[in-house]
Every structure is written in C-alpha cells, then in structure tokens.
Design a protein around this ligand. Sequence first.
Ligand code: IMP
Ligand code: MG
Length: 172
Amino acid sequence: MNEKISVLISEEKIKKRVDELAAQLSECYSGETVTMLCTLKGAVVFTADLIRKLTLDTRLEFVRISSYDGTESTGKLKMKYPLECSVKGKHIIVTEDILDTGRTLKFLHEQLKAQEPASIKLVTLLDKPDRRIVDISADYVGFTIPDKFIVGYGLDHDQKYRNLPYIGVLEQ
Ligand code: IMP
Ligand code: MG
C-alpha cells in the first residue's frame, strides 16, 4: 500500500502555536501549581514541547484510555493506564493530541470530575469539530482542522509516523 503524506501544519507553525498556548496557560494559572495530564500515546510530543514553555510550578502525569475491545465502534472506554496520582484539590490540565468524536475527553473529564479536582481544563492540539458525536469542547485548541486523517507530531497510523516533526494528511 502506498501512503503519501502532505504537510498540513509545518514545524514552524506548530512551534509558534505551542508557545502561544503555553503563554496563555502560564498567565491563566499564574502563581498556581498545575498537574499536566498527558493522554498516551498521541499527546506525548505536544505535551513535552508545551510543558517546557510553561512558567508555572508544573507536575506531569499520564493516562491512557482505550476501547474495551480495541475498536472505536463500541464507544465503551476504559483507563488502560490509570492515573498514578490523586486528583483531589489539584489544578488538572488535560493534554490531548486530537479531539475527534469527543468520546475520549468526555469519558476522562467525567472520571476526573468525580475525584473533585480544584479545576479541570482541556487542551487539545487539534480539533475536528465536524466529527463530534458527544457534547464536549476544549478550553484551549491549537488548530481547528477539517475532517481528514492526520499523522505526525505524536499522531499515528498503525503506530507509524508519530515521530514526524510536522502535522500531515495521510493520503492513501
Ligand atoms: P475521540 O475519542 O474520537 O475524540 O478520539 C480521539 C482519539 O482518536 C485521539 O486521541 C487519537 O488517538 C485518535 N484519532 C482521532 N482522529 C485521528 C486522526 O486523524 N489521526 C490519528 N489519530 C486520530
Ligand atoms: Mg489521543
């Protein structure tokens, strides 16, 4: 199978936007301690760049969410890699690679809310609003994009392309 990737968002544009998001978060949470909650695996690259630009007392935690049977169709999600820290009373900032149907972030948001954090905000690098099935939106969005399959900068297709420094559209 021949896969071609065309650049949608360049390395330079990503860097500029990540710097802007970090500046906004740093201002919003000025003087606070924040817990960045990175959703594995896709948000790793974004989160690694973002946290290095925050001028805040920053903690880093990870969570992994997946479908029960590995397919998107069931819509039943579980914590495959659960949170190692307590959420209660903390300022939680969830970082996600892409907000698609919204199921993942909705599920995570509900799980977190039940644990009584001081606050929760959702930061997604990419948002595909045309694909939304459940009612959820992010507090901070890097880029709003059309309904195309995206790879690179953490996002994969069959575990490939996560290491690309840019965001591309996979043309098959
Ligand atoms: P949601 O629960 O449908 O919002 O799914 C979000 C997850 O699906 C993301 O965290 C990605 O892992 C994956 N995903 C959705 N769209 C894409 C895409 O275009 N490329 C790669 N992964 C995607
Ligand atoms: Mg993801």
